[in-house]
Design a protein around this ligand. Structure first.
Ligand SMILES: [Fe+2]
Length: 432
C-alpha cells in the first residue's frame, strides 16, 4: 500500500514563539480488508471483570513490598481515610484491561474497586494488591476481562472511605476499524498551573488515553511534588488513563513504579489500543539493565506487534535540534537503528526537550519519503527551552507549552498540537 506524506511547512527554524506553521498531508488508501466495528451488548460482559493483580510485575527498585489485599473489612488497620490521587493506568490489552491506582495511609490494607456500567450499578467488587511505600500505601486493582469498546464506571477505596466515581472507556478490539483519540503531553515538572490548564483541555477533548512522555516531577523521590502533580490534574485523572514513559527526573524511584505499575517491573511496556501499538522504552534503564537490552526488547516487541500503527516512545529524543539537550547520543546509537529497521514505524514520541518539535520523515540518517517523524512533546509546564542546533532534518520547532492530539484509524493518523490558548501550532497526517 502506498505511503505518501507531504508536509506543508518544512522551513528550518529555531525554537520560535507560537509559530503558526502547519504541516499537512494526504493520500488515500482503500478500506478494503478492514473489519466493521462489532455490535456490543451488555451480554458481552456477562461474566464481568475480574482482578488479576497477582500478574503484576515486581518493581525492582526501592525494595518495597507487595501485599495481597484481604477482602474482609475487619482487616482494615488504618484510620478512616478517603483514597487520594486515584488514577487510571492502561493494561497491556487496553481493550480488556485497566489498572485502578490510589493512595491511602500506610495501615489501610483492605482496599478494593467497585466497577460497573453505571454510577448506580457498580456491580462488581474486586480486591487488588498494595505497596507500602515510605509511609504511604499505594493500592492497585488490575481489572481483566472487561468488555471492549464500552464505557465503565468505578470507585476505589473501602467502607472507610470511597473515591469519587470515575469512568473510562475500553479500546476497541485489535483489528476493528473504530477511530480512537489519544493525547500526548510531557515534562510538566515545576509547572503545575500550565499542566492543570492543558490537562483540563485534554479532559474536555474526551480522549481515550493520555500518553505521557516523562518528567512529571522534578524529583521522583519527593512525594510532595507527586501530590502537587495529581492536584493539578484534578478529576481528569479519574477519566483519562495514562501511559507513562519514565523520564530521568522520575529516577526509577519506587514512587514511580508503584503508581505506574508496568508489566515487566523495569519500566518498559507495550500496550495494544485499537489500531495503535505503543512500545514504551525506559531509556533510563534500571539497575542491571542496559540500553542495549532495552533496544533488543523494542526490536522484539515491534516484530511481534500486528497493529496498523506501531508507535515507539521513550523520554530523550534520538532526533531533535532543540538546545540545550538536542538528541541523546545513546538513544541515537541503540534505539534509532531499531525503529529505522521497521518500515511500518512512522512516528516516534519523545519528551525531555521543553518545547514542541517534529522532524522531517527521517530514516537511515536522511530525510526520505516514508521515513519516521520524531515528535518531541516536552512542553507540559516545565520552563521552555530556546535555541536550535539547526539540523536540516528538524522540520519545526515551536517554543510553546502544549499538548498533542492523535486521531487514528487503521489507515490514517492525524496529529494536531495545541497551545495553552487552544491555538493549533502544528498539524500533519500520516497515511498508510
Ligand atoms: Fe528529561
Amino acid at each position: 500500500m502506498g505511503v505518501i506524506v507531504l508536509f506543508g511547512s518544512l522551513s528550518l527554524v529555531g525554537c520560535i514563539e507560537e509559530d503558526g506553521a502547519v504541516g499537512v498531508v494526504e493520500e488515500g488508501a482503500t478500506a478494503e480488508g478492514l473489519a466493521e466495528p462489532a455490535v456490543l451488548t451488555p451480554d458481552a460482559a456477562e461474566e464481568g471483570p475480574y482482578g488479576c493483580g497477582a500478574a503484576l510485575g515486581t518493581p525492582v527498585d526501592g525494595g518495597f513490598t507487595q501485599t495481597v489485599q484481604p477482602e474482609a473489612d475487619s482487616l482494615l488497620l488504618g484510620a478512616p481515610d478517603v483514597p487520594v490521587n486515584p488514577h487510571l493506568v492502561p493494561g497491556a490489552d487496553a481493550a480488556h484491561e485497566m489498572m485502578l491506582v490510589w493512595q491511602t495511609a500506610a495501615g489501610t490494607i483492605g482496599g478494593r474497586a467497585q466497577v460497573g456500567f453505571a454510577e448506580d450499578g457498580l456491580s462488581w467488587t474486586i480486591p487488588g494488591v498494595s505497596y507500602a511505600v515510605a509511609g504511604y500505601r499505594i493500592h492497585v486493582v488490575r481489572l481483566c476481562g472487561l468488555a471492549s469498546d464500552r464505557s465503565w464506571r468505578f470507585r476505589v477505596g473501602s467502607d472507610n472511605g470511597w473515591s469519587e466515581v470515575g469512568s473510562f472507556t475500553t479500546f476497541p478490539e485489535a483489528g476493528v476499524d473504530t477511530p480512537v483519540r489519544v493525547a500526548v503531553i510531557g515534562d510538566t515538572r515545576n509547572g503545575p498551573a500550565s499542566f492543570a490548564s492543558l490537562f483540563a483541555d485534554i479532559d474536555a477533548a474526551g480522549v481515550d488515553l493520555v500518553v505521557f512522555t516523562g518528567d512529571a516531577v522534578g524529583n521522583g523521590t519527593n512525594w510532595e511534588e507527586w501530590s502537587e502533580w495529581y492536584e493539578a490534574g484534578g478529576t481528569a485523572f479519574l477519566h483519562q488513563p495514562l501511559l507513562f514513559a519514565p523520564g530521568n527526573h522520575e529516577g526509577n524511584d519506587q514512587y514511580y513504579f508503584a503508581q505506574f505499575p508496568s508489566h515487566t517491573g523495569v519500566g518498559h511496556q507495550a500496550i495494544e489500543a485499537g489500531p495503535l501499538h505503543f512500545s514504551v522504552v525506559n531509556d533510563n534503564p534500571t539497575a542491571g539493565v542496559t540500553l542495549e537490552a532495552e533496544a533488543a526488547w523494542l526490536a522484539a516487541d515491534l516484530a511481534a506487534a500486528t497493529a496498523p500503527w506501531k508507535l515507539p516512545m521513550w523520554h530523550k529524543p534520538a532526533v531533535a535540534a532543540c538546545q540545550p539537550h538536542g538528541e541523546d547520543p545513546n538513544n541515537r546509537q541503540w534505539l534509532l537503528p531499531v525503529v529505522d529497521a521497521f518500515p511500518e514505524v512512522r512516528l516516534v514520541l519523545n519528551g525531555h526537550n521543553h518545547n514542541y518539535e517534529r522532524s522531517s520523515p527521517y530514516r537511515g540518517g536522511q530525510v526520505v519519503e516514508g521515513g519516521v517523524v520524531h515528535l518531541t512533546s516536552g512542553g507540559g509546564g516545565a520552563p521552555l527551552y530556546t535555541g536550535s542546533y539547526g539540523f536540516d532534518y528538524s522540520a519545526l520547532q515551536v517554543k510553546s507549552q502544549h499538548w498533542v492530539l492523535l486521531e487514528a484509524d487503521a489507515r490514517t493518523l492525524n496529529v494536531t498540537a495545541y497551545d495553552l490558548a487552544g491555538n493549533v501550532i502544528d498539524q500533519f497526517t500520516l497515511v498508510r
